[in-house]
Ligand binder design. Structure first.
Ligand code: C2E
Ligand code: MG
Ligand code: MG
Ligand code: MG
Length: 283
């Protein structure tokens, strides 16, 4: 029991630890209730043509606003939601909300913009992902091509038996598939041939170092080469400077995403940007 542990000095139960444990419980409880309490919303970060900044797609990014805990970025709660399994329900909400928004933009005549949604490796475990995606597309009368799913290499590491079938089903729905944060993971290049994916997202980790850092330059060149020779699309993540934009353009990277162009925007601001005249980025 805890008294004995205290005497042994192995785990002293200090007020600070008690405090952090109750904080943690509070956090978990709030997170579990967040969906039903409608505390999540999405922001949309433009993906732009690197030549002139015209918007070609958007990535939906989740935000959590809680009365007690404030506004939180996903890095603060996605890992937790993955370990409890809450991410599966949260992920379904994200899919539905993204599709609802795409349909609303289409109905408003704002043009056809594909939206990329982040999908956790946990959503790939089990048989439901493709069914959930199909039901959600149907609910909003959207074609699969309206949607792109981003997943990380973690999905491939888990190597669940149902994964390959899920990929095939998603491809058959016409949904686009992209590997997020490419280069950060345990990139085994053999899966690039096996999977029906459409694109790679060059990790911000390497984009942030160009054009100054020689090894980051080398990684960006290698990833651009892989994408080109396998006929995959390529989006550079985390483009923050004009120097990075120029470097990526020269490498032949067609699309970029980052604070140089825009952070994630509330849906109405994104729609506004869609209608606004194109940004002028020139060489
Ligand atoms: P990610 O999918 O790689 O998303 C890109 C992250 O980089 C976003 O952070 C975005 O705001 C940030 N970012 C974009 N441009 C720049 C830039 O130029 N500079 C810098 N420093 N950062 C930039 P965010 O929104 O905090 O999301 C973090 C991660 O959380 C995402 O990384 C993704 O892995 C995860 N995530 C976000 N939304 C969802 C979701 O709906 N479901 C799941 N499963 N994961 C999500
Ligand atoms: Mg992403
Ligand atoms: Mg990423
Ligand atoms: Mg990331």
């Amino acid at each position: 029991d805890s008294k004995r542990r205290m005497r042994n000095g192995r785990q002293s139960f200090t007020p600070a630890l008690a405090q952090s444990q109750s904080d943690r419980l509070h956090f978990e409880t709030q997170l579990r209730r967040a969906a039903e309490n409608e505390e999540f919303h999405l922001v949309f970060q433009p993906q732009v043509d690197l030549r002139h900044g015209r918007i070609v797609a958007a990535e939906a990014l989740i935000r959590w606003r809680n009365f007690h805990l404030g506004e939180m970025r996903p890095d603060h709660f996605i890992g937790q939601a993955e370990s409890t399994g809450d991410i599966v329900r949260i992920g379904s909400w994200v899919l539905r909300e993204a599709c609802r928004q795409i349909a609303a933009w289409r109905d408003a005549g704002l043009g056809i913009v594909r939206v990329a949604v982040n999908v956790s490796y946990r959503q790939f475990l089990g048989d439901d992902l493709a069914n959930t995606v199909k039901a959600t597309l149907d609910q909003f009368a959207l074609p699969g091509s309206a949607l792109e799913l981003e997943f990380t290499e973690r999905v491939l590491i888990e190597d669940a038996p149902e994964t390959l079938r899920t990929f095939a089903q998603l491809r058959d729905l016409g949904v686009m598939l992209a590997i997020d944060d490419f280069g950060e993971g345990y990139s085994a290049l053999n899966y690039l041939r096996r999977l029906p994916i459409h694109g790679l997202k060059l990790s911000q980790l390497f984009v942030s170092g160009v054009p100054g850092n020689q090894s980051d330059v080398a990684v960006c060149q290698a990833v651009a080469g892989i994408a080109r020779s396998l006929g995959l699309g390529l989006v550079a993540e985390g483009v923050e400077s004009e120097a990075q934009r120029k470097f990526l353009l020269k490498l032949g990277v067609p699309i970029g995403q980052g604070f140089l162009f825009s952070p994630g925007l509330p849906a109405d601001e994104f729609a506004h940007r869609l209608q606004a005249p194109d940004h002028a980025y020139r060489d």
